[in-house]
Design a protein around this ligand. Structure first.
Ligand SMILES: CC(=O)N[C@@H]([C@@H](O)[C@H](O)[C@H](O)CO)[C@@H](O)CC(=O)C(=O)O
Length: 306
């Protein structure tokens, strides 16, 4: 297994799921994808089958195959391979958690179930606990993404006493703009035990300022190098330089968000940046337009080298 030598920190790429033109998962390019992340973006951690990976649009079987291939190809090349195992059904999620443990994943993450939703901290915690306990030796992360799940239970509240319920609890992937909630989490639990990975790429610098340990996001697939420069500048207390990089990546994101930006568009951007064919997204998502691709490419070229 790839039991991590060090705590998760820095950048984590939320990988897209490569697909063939006819919409099957395409395992054959994952090796190349890993090499690209390490050599071109200097990103050595990945988050598999999450939002960007269309995890909730894949079958359980596909999710297992993908997890296996990412772990296999990441061996000796990546530091952390986190597998998202959240699902609408508890048994589905548990099955994925057991599988991730068996293949040697370095961590698992779970979103709140979002069809029947937990309405209180205790309900959410009970669900998470029942998944985490299926992988009792694997670090567990809660994946907080209220804009997509609609589950708005504050993380500050969730974390209160969580270690007693979930001994493997390791941290939070925080994909929300509520920086007060994040700050309170860090204020109460940061420093020593838990890690906080921020998930709104366009405002990562603000999260670093209040103590986030790193970030998980879609843009680290192709803006990893620039974002690493930002992290480095921040670590050296050069705020002006850190801002320069946040503004640069923000310039690109602000531009594409106005055009309509989601997983389909990320797959298209990754295809032209990496040269690896990521294929179309799966329905209900539809592939990015040629017009989007041309505009995004021109914009990215214009910030490149800056
Ligand atoms: C809603 C959404 O997809 N958010 C992304 C961000 O990386 C996002 O793409 C980026 O901030 C651009 O808006 C991540 O938080 C999601 C993520 O890490 C994942 O794929 O699991």
């Amino acid at each position: 297994s790839m039991a991590p030598r060090k705590k998760l920190q820095g950048l984590v790429a939320a990988t897209v799921t490569p697909m063939t033109p006819d919409g099957q998962i395409n395992l054959s390019v994952i090796r190349q994808y890993v090499d690209y992340l390490v050599s071109k973006q200097n990103v050595k951690n990945i988050f598999v089958n999450g939002t960007t990976g269309e995890g909730l649009a894949l079958s359980i079987q596909e999710r297992k195959q993908l997890a296996e291939e990412w772990v296999r190809q990441g061996k000796d090349k990546l530091d952390h391979v986190i597998i998202h195992v959240g699902a609408l059904s508890l048994p589905g999620s548990q099955e994925l958690a057991r599988h991730a443990a068996a293949i040697g994943a370095s961590g698992i993450a779970v979103i709140a179930p979002f069809f029947f939703k937990p309405t209180s901290k205790d309900e959410l915690l009970a669900f998470l606990r029942e998944v985490a306990s299926e992988a009792p030796a694997v670090p567990f992360y809660y994946y907080h993404i209220p804009p997509l799940t609609g589950v708005k239970i504050r993380v500050e509240e969730l974390l209160d006493g969580i270690k007693e319920q979930i001994p493997t609890f390791q941290g939070v992937k925080f994909s929300d703009t509520d920086l007060l909630d994040l700050a309170q989490c860090i204020n109460k639990n940061g420093g020593e035990e838990f890690v906080f990975l921020y998930g709104v790429d366009e405002q990562l610098l603000s999260a670093l300022a209040i103590g986030a340990n790193g970030a998980v996001g879609s843009t680290y697939n192709y803006l990893g190098q620039k974002t690493n420069m930002m992290l480095q500048a921040f670590a050296q207390h050069d705020l002006a330089l850190a801002r320069k990089y946040q503004f640069l990546t923000g310039e690109f994101l602000n531009f594409v968000i106005k055009l309509g930006f989601g997983v389909a568009q990320t797959k298209a951007v990754m295809t032209f940046v990496s040269g690896i064919p990521m294929g179309p997204p799966r329905l209900p998502l539809v592939k990015a337009s040629e017009e989007f691709i041309a505009k995004a490419k021109a914009k990215l070229d214009s910030i490149d080298g800056k």
